[in-house]
Design a protein around this ligand. Structure first.
Ligand SMILES: C[S@@+](CC[C@H](N)C(=O)[O-])C[C@H]1O[C@@H](n2cnc3c(N)ncnc32)[C@H](O)[C@@H]1O
Length: 368
């Protein structure tokens, strides 16, 4: 297999100058964020704004999950991040249990639940790959772009199957890399660590290969000139929770990184995430025993498209009072439409076969 290359040259620099230790997405990325969603989740951090098509998408996706779960009482949410969708599903179920592998995300979910006064959602520190719940203990399982972030997605899906009761539903959204018109997307940033060293964050996403490579590299530059440049970049990147600068635009930062030699690098950690190809995901689910596996459009996209049309037609303000009803209708439509490019899947654990009644013995005196 050819080695992946990056337009900026940073990936090649990483192979030349560092020996990254393997890390997982939770430690490398999500546990380092104060908010997993830049404190912008509608319904959790900010009120729903009917003028924003992305808020229509989020609202419709909640309706889609609610309808998918068919009145489930006890729901497991894998990887809620800041509490999404747990906190918005809670009014529709008896209990939602959200699991996150690290303390920071778990605490963020609990804080948001307390602030929003959601009493029937609880959050536990646990990995999706080894769930501490009994078999068949949930009526429904949701996972919003989280399974692909776990160290072993196949194990997480197996666990989801195990904890679902027979007849229970798995509703999962996943990041669809394959549709990105850009074959490679990169992002980079640098910040100062408490001990005075610098942490370089770098991500390269390869859409065709459905792969993402993430690195965190701790550097202590030997050259004072390079250190001054890194310090000034760290100031400019301050506030970046996750690398989001395009290295091709931030040429000065890229050049500074490429000038660092192996002697400047203290430690490096890295991660290769293999994202789902929709057809393979459907086959994996079927292989685990799930029935009625369907790749669907999901409610989010139709709602966002509708809202965009309403914005274009300058009718969005008029539609605002109908937002919730229209989002629910879009969820019904999105659940009915098959779409392998939707990044949405629904599957059911087969119901327990009905117990066979013993054949009735022929009544005495009658002919069989
Ligand atoms: C892209 S975020 C999605 C968060 C949230 N569901 C949302 O849609 O806003 C992925 C989440 O999966 C969580 N995650 C990573 N590894 C996990 C694991 N082994 N078990 C459970 N969750 C995990 C991350 O901590 C992160 O919060």
């Amino acid at each position: 297999m050819p080695r992946p290359t990056s337009p900026s040259g940073i990936l090649e620099w990483i192979s030349r100058s560092t020996r990254p230790r393997a890390a997982d997405a939770s430690t490398l990325r999500f546990e380092r964020m104060a908010s997993q969603s830049a404190a912008g989740m509608p319904g959790i951090h900010v009120p729903l704004d009917p003028r924003r098509p992305d808020h229509w998408r989020q609202r419709a996706l909640i309706w889609d999950y609610v309808l998918s779960l068919e009145g489930a009482h006890r729901v497991l949410d894998i990887g809620p991040g800041d509490g999404w969708p747990s906190l918005l599903l809670a009014p529709h179920c008896s209990e939602v249990v959200g699991i996150e592998p690290g303390p920071r995300r778990t605490a963020a979910c609990r804080d948001n639940a307390a602030r929003l006064r959601v009493a029937n959602a609880r959050f536990e520190e646990m990995s999706a790959c080894a769930l501490g719940f009994r078999d068949a203990s949930f009526d429904g399982v949701v996972a919003a772009t989280s399974i692909e972030q776990t160290p072993e997605p196949a194990a997480a899906l197996r666990e989801a199957f195990r904890v679902l009761r027979p007849g229970g539903v798995l509703r999962m959204s996943f990041e669809l890399l394959g549709d990105d018109p850009e074959p490679v997307r990169e992002a980079v940033s640098v910040r100062r660590a408490v001990d005075g060293s610098y942490l370089v964050d770098y991500t390269a996403t390869f859409s065709r290969a459905y792969e993402q490579r993430d690195f965190m590299i701790e550097v202590a530059p030997l050259s004072p000139a390079v250190e001054r440049r890194l310090a000034s970049w760290a100031e400019r990147c301050a506030g970046d929770e996750y690398p989001h600068r395009d290295p091709r635009l931030e040429r000065g930062l890229t050049r500074t990184i490429l000038e660092l030699g192996p002697g400047d690098v203290r430690r490096a950690r890295g991660l290769l995430l293999r994202h789902f190809r929709p057809d393979r995901l459907a086959r994996t689910l079927a292989g685990l025993g799930f029935a009625d596996v369907r790749l669907i459009a999901g409610g989010g996209r139709p709602a966002e498209m509708l809202a965009r049309d309403l914005v274009r037609a300058e009718r969005i303000a008029a539609a605002a009072p109908l937002m919730d009803d229209l989002c629910r209708a879009c969820a019904v439509v999105g659940l009915a439409l098959e779409d392998p490019r939707g990044g949405q899947v629904i599957a059911r654990k087969p119901p327990r076969p009905a117990a066979r009644r013993p054949a009735r013995a022929p009544a005495r005196g009658r002919r069989a």
